[in-house]
Design a protein around this ligand. Structure first.
Ligand code: ADP
Ligand code: MG
Length: 453
């Protein structure tokens, strides 16, 4: 049985939550929460204010119930304490940098910029190498060892959850370690845009220009966020040109190659200029190695045959593989058991069956649900409350939450409903499926009818 510390469920929950919401939402709402104390009966969390507490409970009720002890009323046994004001500022914006290691921020920028703190787990030495990433990894290492001198810009692209951000942060850590005098800025494109908006509002745009154009290594995550944002694209191009001109290193990540980005020709040409490297899907052996590494980091022992079993089922997204380890670890702790194939079946059953897919949309789910339950899509979207429509609608909401990578609010609005309605539908179907074999089969059929993700 793995030895776990008492805050482990909270860290595991945070890992899962990180995958379920945007980086900004995570930083604004979840990072300010502090784990104070935990036992078999209850955990105590410190929140900066009541809004954060409500956000946590309304967005993550199901997950909280699986990670923490439960009360008789079905609620997670969590007590909240509100932090004293002087210790914890209240505005979400103030949390844009929680835990940022000061060495990841350029001087003078600490309080203003929404830069990302480098994730301390994302390093080259825990980035498992395989045929799918050998080329990209060596390009990243080359850039980190000789910033601005080899490939500039380095453009890394590949599907969701394949390790782009991990590599980007690894470059940042490596530069900090080996070139202490160099200034590194790591930023998501979303944060770059937010920062630009802030500076424009405060008429301090020259500060921002000066800031980004004076770094030695600029790491930009998720460039597709810039698509269809023309004004911001221009500012990005200027920053880009200024840095390249000074032989400063730029690394960019994207889920598609430069030519597929809906950006100006000028921008695409600039990205194509250096080295464009693609991350592929890892093969089975590499997936097993990654799974074992993640398990080891959590102090969890997974027998090799079980690791193969999991990696055979989860084959296209490493983040999901990591989610599987987190879930297993939680189950092991709750049930006080070793990892066996039986436990994996039990803990990961839903994950194997309904894995989030990259390109599934609410519309596709509605179509498939409509076909299997013999109802019209327009009825599913209507306000009709008859059982023939209400149940399939709830199923569609359940699947949307499980499979589409969007916030609950966005998903709910796709159904023309409030987010609490979607959460309710999700937990109702989740419960009903356990007892109703027929419904479970129908949902399986809906999943099989969806286009391959
Ligand atoms: P992306 O940015 O491509 O969506 P991430 O970099 O966030 O993906 O990776 C998702 C998860 O998978 C991270 O926790 C990361 O540590 C892990 N991961 C991806 N590739 C590897 C690898 N080769 N070795 C170890 N962990 C990996
Ligand atoms: Mg990423």
């Amino acid at each position: 049985m793995p030895v776990c510390d008492i805050s482990a469920p909270w860290s595991e929950f945070l890992q899962l939550a990180k995958q379920r919401c945007s980086a900004t939402a995570f930083n604004n709402w979840l990072t300010p929460i502090r784990f104070i104390h935990g036992s078999d009966e209850e955990v105590v969390l410190e929140v900066p204010n009541i809004f954060v507490q409500e956000y946590l409970l309304s967005h993550f009720m199901t997950e909280l119930c699986s990670f923490f002890p439960m009360r008789a009323n079905g609620q997670p046994a969590i007590s909240f304490v509100i932090a004293k004001k002087e210790k914890t500022p209240l505005t979400p914006a103030a949390y844009s940098q929680p835990g940022a290691s000061s060495d990841s921020l350029p001087k003078d920028a600490h309080s203003r910029e929404e830069q990302v703190s480098l994730n301390s787990n994302y390093r080259f030495d825990n980035y498992v190498e395989g045929p799918h990433n050998q080329f990209v990894k060596s390009a990243a290492l080359g850039v980190a060892a000789h910033p601005g001198q080899s490939y500039n810009p380095l453009f890394i692209h590949g599907g969701v959850g394949l390790g782009k951000t991990h590599l980007l942060h690894s470059i940042g850590h490596y530069v900090h370690q080996h070139h202490k005098h160099l200034r590194v800025a790591c930023i998501t494109t979303e944060a770059f845009i937010n920062s630009l908006v802030d500076h424009l509002r405060n008429k301090s745009i020259s500060v921002m220009k000066q800031l980004y154009r004076s770094v030695d290594v600029l790491l930009v995550d998720d460039i597709p966020f810039l698509e269809n944002r023309l004004g911001f694209e221009d500012e990005f191009i200027l920053t880009f040109e200024a840095l390249i001109h000074q032989k400063k290193q730029i690394v960019i990540t994207s889920d598609k190659p430069p030519s597929a980005l809906k950006l100006s020709k000028k921008m695409v040409t600039q990205m194509d200029w250096g080295l464009v490297a693609q991350l592929d899907v890892p093969n089975l052996e590499t997936r097993v190695a990654i799974l074992q590494l993640k398990a080891q980091l959590r102090g969890l022992h997974i027998p090799q045959n079980v690791a193969f079993f999991i990696a055979e089922h989860i084959d296209s997204n490493i983040r999901q593989l990591e989610g599987a380890v987190n879930r297993l670890s939680a189950h092991c702790r709750l049930l006080n058991q070793e990892v066996t194939e039986e436990l994996v079946e039990k803990a990961l059953h839903e994950m194997f069956r309904i894995a989030p897919r990259d390109k599934i949309s609410v519309e596709q789910i509605l179509k498939s649900v409509g076909a299997v339950f013999s109802v019209r899509v327009s009825d599913l979207k209507s306000s009709a409350r008859t059982e023939e429509v209400a149940l399939p609608r709830q199923v569609a909401m359940y699947l949307a939450r499980e499979m589409v990578r969007e916030s609950v609010t966005m998903l709910a609005s796709a159904f023309g409903r409030k987010h609490s309605t979607l959460l309710h539908a999700h937990s109702a179907i989740d419960k009903r499926m356990r007892a109703d074999e027929m419904l479970k089969r129908k949902i399986d059929m809906v999943c099989r009818n969806l286009p391959a993700g």
